[in-house]
Design a protein around this ligand. Structure first.
Ligand code: GRF
Length: 189
């Protein structure tokens, strides 16, 4: 399975997935890293891995369709089978959804459908939940909606920082496991 990682920021999930492919724990190949943000740290990480990167700013295009068409051209040149969103802070539009039906996966730091959207961990703590978690799901046109592939619970810790650390550690493991299972099923088709 040839996959592209989409990320807008730090890229710790991207890093964990890339390392998992190298260590043989995830049976797929990162063929490119795409970011909508020029300053995204994930681009520096990918440069170290020797994986091609592409960066396009939506603002440079007249419409979302034009932007996603340019993204699609890049993905075609990388011959991508799956898109793996890892902190990509934009909704996927019809251009990419139609080009990759049921082949776009996202990870979200809550037990969906609770706390979709930005700052899910902050939302969960503000609500006062004692258990939150991580969800891996197929992407549809909604915000953090789409069929759930895997979920794992995480207990809220004494501080925000500790809760975040637990959630990120679970993310790095759960994303690899969920993708590996999805792609095993894909190979059986
Ligand atoms: C993760 O919490 C992910 O679930 C969310 O955005 C964050 C990205 O973190 N969608 P990183 O850039 O992978 O470190």
């Amino acid at each position: 399975i040839r996959f592209a990682i989409f990320a807008s920021g730090n890229g710790s999930n991207a890093e964990a997935l890339y390392q998992a492919t190298k260590e043989g724990h995830l049976h797929g190949e990162v063929v490119g890293v795409f970011s909508d943000k020029e300053e995204a740290f994930v681009l520096e990480r990918a440069a170290k891995w020797d994986v091609p990167t592409a960066q396009l700013s939506p603002k440079a295009f007249a419409s979302k369709v034009d932007y996603e068409q340019a993204v699609l051209d890049q993905l075609r040149s990388w011959q991508v089978d799956f898109l793996v969103l890892a902190g990509y802070m934009r909704l996927i539009g019809p251009t990419l959804l139609n080009a990759f039906p049921n082949k776009i996966v996202n990870i979200h730091p809550s037990l969906l459908p609770a706390f979709p959207g930005k700052d899910a961990i902050g939302q969960a703590l503000a609500y006062g939940v004692q258990v939150t978690g991580v969800t891996v799901h197929l992407v549809d046109a909604g915000m953090d909606t789409g069929p759930i592939l895997a979920q794992r619970a995480v207990e809220v810790q004494a501080t925000l920082e500790q809760t975040e650390a637990c959630i990120h550690a679970v993310e790095h493991e759960l994303y690899r496991e969920a993708l590996d299972q999805l792609w095993n099923e894909e190979r059986m088709k």
